[in-house]
Design a binder for this molecule. Sequence first.
Ligand code: NAD
Length: 360
Amino acid sequence: MNKKIALLAGDGIGPEVMAQAVRVLDKVAAKFNHTFAYTEALVGGAAYDVHKEHLPQTTIDICNQSDAVLFGSVGGPVDKQHEEKWANCEAKSILALRKAFSFNINLRQMALFSEISSLSPLRHELLKNGLDIVIFRELIGDVYFGEHTLTEKDGQRFAFDSGSYTEEQIRSIADYAFNVARKRKKQLISVDKANVMAMSKLWRQVVSEVAKNYPDVEYSDMLVDNCAMQIIKNPAQFDVILTSNLFGDILSDELSVLSGSVGMMPSASFSASGLALYEPAGGSAPDIAGKDIANPIAQILSASLMLAYSFNMLDEANAVNNAVKQTIIDGYRTGDIMTNSTHEIKVGTTEFTNQVINRL
Ligand code: NAD
């Protein structure tokens, strides 16, 4: 197969880990007889240096001409956020991309390998078989896109937020999530607050209607407060979680902590147009940029999600996932996932990827 991939490496560790993901993709192409054509495009502070804007039209055009977008990360050091180059860099890059391509569905994949379970804040007994959870978060509805008012009323400060969902917005992500659940353990838990909120009542109605089209998927509903507890008490019960924008924002961060390092979690954003963007869930980590010590796993697994979801290359994606897993089982670790057990071998970004490629 021939595929065109837009590479938006961005800032900080973005270019370093992107280079490693490309090396892995090159190995996949050679092994499975595919051709991947890459086009690099600027985004974030790197784009600002050249174009004085964070998401230039040339970058949007390159994404439009590609079969998928592989994104690194954007943003500058915390103490430089006041500079024009870095101020709201994430919003001007990522939110602008979401808007430009109407990405309405976000997926984050949390995989915790049992070999590094001691990095997780949870007890080992809860994690002894590892974890593999996918969370779907709706991206364009809910309170993030409503009215926000902070004012005074009747002599005291008063705040008001509004949010909304249409049934079509809910149906679109529910369909996507059930399809993915069908290809995994055939189990989906939809999370809402239907005992209080109208948006959640509609959410539950529409999700249960969509569920009827997927009788092979075991579906249940869970209230968000209970879900937040269950993720800590018994995370292994989850396979696919489906939820709205606000709840997804919070629960996906809760899940990311369980995986031991922010450098482990890949994510994907999908739109009705079919174009998808794949990126690590973490940021640009300016504190470790340029030192060849960043964990490349989230970027490599983002490329693996791209193989599976955009190119339907399931064997290729599995090969990448297994190579990463085997590298960890064999003891190789970047600094952020060292557990101080005796058989560990500390390596840098490039060497970790060499080991993954050797196992592919
Ligand atoms: P961060 O995720 O960049 O870093 C938090 C901590 O995790 C740091 O100690 C960092 O060294 C570590 N870390 C992150 N990725 C790692 C990796 N792959 N390997 C090893 N360690 C890793 O979050 P932050 O420090 O709050 O933000 C830094 C910049 O990133 C800010 O400008 C922020 O706006 C931006 N940001 C961008 C995105 C994105 O591009 N999607 C997301 C979040 C934050």
